[in-house]
Design a protein around this ligand. Structure first.
Ligand SMILES: Nc1ncnc2c1ncn2[C@@H]1O[C@H](COP(=O)(O)OP(=O)(O)OP(=O)(O)O)[C@@H](O)[C@H]1O
Length: 686
């Protein structure tokens, strides 16, 4: 701890620890135990792994979800003279090689990677060659919270920590609820003594809740607050497009506001962030993308937090419900997908059985969102242990010579691999010194392994002869335990996975209800919120004295109820426009306004009927469309959509229609449990 103190002063230039930073550092360095740090944004989480990294022998590996955040952190550390690197897709091949060398020879003390990197064989091999003293998992609530932006690879971090026997793990987050925190602690074996949180309650924050019937009404209620503001303000909205809508409405009232969301490019976002940081009374309209990594310091936090509730007939609640339901596909879709996966014949590569898939093709073929598909693959990997993800690869390469002479050198490369590439590439007619190559096709016809072809391309690039642009990523999995082959077991597994999808959806829907309950409850809002985040009895006397409930002495009157019966006319109109009868859930999505690959592909999301019944209970919509589809035996009136080659046998019977929620089938596939005994796919320290 003496050394730690010295590093605190000399490297970080700080005079003392903040919050429980010292206790966290002690737990990692002296107790050698895992820990979870729950500090608010700007609370000083980074120091709790950056400082130990410099005291420990070996590498500190930091898993972080955003490339821009990683880059900020490494830049900041380098300015302090700390050897830090990030390994991500923005690096050139030469830069990546250099980073790997620095990691292997022990120069790098902190390495930042995205969770997807853990699927990369080369990286995993590198990790077996170094000692990982500390694994830091930033934004670790991603392990527990499943949503539209969920990254299934976060689920693989705990397995990684076990297999590589890392010294200690530190999970960090600003937004974990009690149940999220419990989830993280279970996965990483963190004892209660290893959980460090700051008191959630801040007596200077006033929570206000009001009901408004439209966006305009919300703005009207916010305006006086903005006009009277004494510091900067952030207005959070749910959707990207709403940032502009709000900013426009504000400017009509003479207030200038910047917008911020994840759809803007990095420079634009950086620019807004800089302006906001420098401003005294700036206003930002943002999605929750704003705030990650913002370091404006606690004193300048807005002292008032105002929540606006819109009744169900308006946007807010259906939008959130759409987020929760969007990741669930119909069971027939999942069954078809499962049949393709189970039927896939593996190819042998390097002694391993490999199956590969194009997720974007599958998303369209089966009408399952790509994010939902990657969760399904992660479950086949982590829970059912049938497959294990291995390095994804690009099947397409655009090659362009850096100049004529260099292109000639490519053309004159006499090695068999180079000849094979030239035999199967397509020269691009309108562009000089340029060709495009499908490495999968080239490998098939030339009988040369795909990796050899890819390596040759990288060699040319490293020699400066060409620039390459890869595309069409293919996801690859090693077969660990063969997938079921007979239709009953395939069906049971798919059914089980679909049940889990529905359970998760249900959990997300309940969360929305919790938010409404919070905002409309009888309890002091500050106390209720602190309780939700596990900080019991945080507010003295259970009343903050400045929230809506404390001031008015009563709960906010707000009773959002969904319509129980859909409008029969609208149901019929949708059926006329949308000839789908094999998937009632798809029609319900159309009515409610939840996109899916099949709806988007057919242009139905652009139809005015899309989202025409957002105030109707979603399950009532599914039932209404189910009874209509049943009348025609779930047969499509006309071929609006043809199932892919691999799933032509798809049956559109009722059992597969998504209405069989209660048939909880037990999957009885042969699932091995002894992971250590099963071959080379588990990485172990050499
Ligand atoms: N002990 C300390 N004394 C003074 N300043 C500190 C201390 N620890 C951290 N800080 C400063 O607090 C600021 C915020 O720290 P940091 O970026 O680590 O927050 P964070 O909790 O990681 O936030 P985020 O949730 O945004 O990632 C930084 O400027 C950092 O230098």
């Amino acid at each position: 701890m003496e050394q730690a103190k010295q590093v605190l002063h000399e490297t970080f230039g700080l005079s003392s620890y903040r919050l429980s930073q010292e206790a966290v550092i002690r737990r990692l360095l002296l107790d050698e135990e895992n820990a979870l740090v729950l500090y608010p944004t700007g609370g000083g989480k980074s120091l709790t792994y950056q400082l130990p990294a410099l005291c420990l022998e070996g590498l500190t590996l930091v898993i972080s979800p955003l490339i821009s955040l990683m880059k900020d952190q490494t830049d900041r550390l380098r300015k302090l003279g700390v050897e830090a690197d990030n390994l991500d897709s923005t690096l050139t091949p030469e830069q990546a090689i250099e980073v790997k060398q620095r990691v292997e020879n022990g120069t790098t003390k902190l390495l930042y990677v995205a969770p997807e990197r853990l699927n990369n064989e080369g990286f995993m091999e590198l990790m077996t060659r170094v000692k990982i003293a500390l694994l830091a998992v930033d934004e670790s609530h991603c392990i527990a919270q499943w949503g539209a932006t969920f990254r299934p690879d976060y689920l693989k971090i705990a397995r990684f920590a076990e297999e590589l026997d890392v010294g200690r793990v530190l999970c960090l987050t600003a937004t974990a609820t009690i149940s999220d925190a419990e989830d993280i602690c279970t996965k990483f074996h963190i004892a209660p003594a290893g959980v460090f949180r700051t008191p959630f309650y801040r007596s200077n924050l006033a929570f206000k809740v009001e009901v408004a019937n439209s966006l305009e009404a919300k703005i009207a209620k916010i305006l006086p607050l903005l006009e009277a503001r004494t510091g900067p303000a952030i207005i959070y909205v749910t959707l990207k497009k709403q940032t502009d809508e709000v900013a426009d409405l504000l400017s009509e009232s003479g207030l200038q506001a910047w917008t911020y969301h994840a759809g803007m490019n990095r420079d634009e976002r950086g620019n807004v962030q800089d302006k906001f940081m420098a401003s005294e009374k700036g206003i930002v309209c943002a999605t929750i993308a704003f705030g990650m990594g913002i370091d404006k310091g606690l004193p300048s936090l807005p002292p008032e937090v105002v929540g606006k509730l819109q009744p169900r007939s308006c946007d807010d609640i259906p939008t959130l419900e759409g987020f929760a339901r969007g990741e669930t596909c119909s069971e027939s879709s999942l069954q078809s997908w499962m049949r393709e996966v189970a039927a896939k014949a593996p190819v042998i590569e390097g002694g391993q059985e490999i199956i590969e898939f194009n997720l974007y093709r599958q998303a369209k073929d089966y009408d399952i969102r790509p994010t939902a598909l990657s969760v399904l693959y992660a479950q086949l990997e982590l829970d059912y242990k049938h497959i294990r993800a291995t390095t994804p690869f690009y099947s397409n390469y655009d090659l362009t010579g850096t100049n004529e002479q260099n292109w000639l050198r490519v053309l004159n490369d006499g090695t068999p691999v180079a000849q094979a590439i030239r035999n199967y590439w397509k020269l691009r007619p309108i562009k000089d010194w340029s060709a495009t190559l499908d490495v999968v096709v080239a490998s098939q016809y030339s009988n040369i392994e795909r990796s050899m072809l890819a390596k040759k391309i990288v060699d040319w690039e490293l020699a400066g002869l060409i620039i390459t642009k890869p595309s069409q990523v293919r996801y690859r999995y090693q077969v660990v335990e063969p997938l079921p082959k007979d239709p009953t077991n395939i069906g049971n597994l798919a059914n089980l996975m679909h049940q889990r999808m529905l359970e998760r959806e249900d959990k997300e829907i309940k969360k929305i209800k919790k938010v409404i309950d919070f905002a409309t409850g009888r309890q002091c809002l500050a106390a209720a919120l602190a309780l939700y985040y596990g900080d019991d009895n945080a507010v003295p006397g259970g009343a903050c004295g400045i929230c809506t409930v404390c001031l008015s002495g009563s709960a906010v009157a707000f009773y959002p109820t969904a319509d129980a019966v859909p409008d029969p006319f609208l149901v019929q109109t949708i059926l006329e426009v949308c000839h789908v009868r094999d998937d009632p859930r798809l029609l319900a999505r159309m009515a409610f306004g939840i996109t899916s690959p099949r709806l988007t592909d057919n242009g139905w999301t652009k139809n005015h009927l899309f989202g025409c019944m957002p105030s109707v209970d979603f399950n009532a919509l599914v039932l209404a469309f189910d009874s209509e589809c049943k009348k025609v035996g779930y047969q499509n009136a006309e071929p609006t959509w043809s199932p892919p080659e691999t799933s032509r046998k798809r049956t559109y019977d009722q059992a597969n229609s998504g209405s069989s929620y209660s048939q909880r089938a037990q999957y009885r596939g042969n699932r091995g449990t002894n992971k250590r005994a099963r071959g080379s796919y588990y990485y172990s320290r050499r």
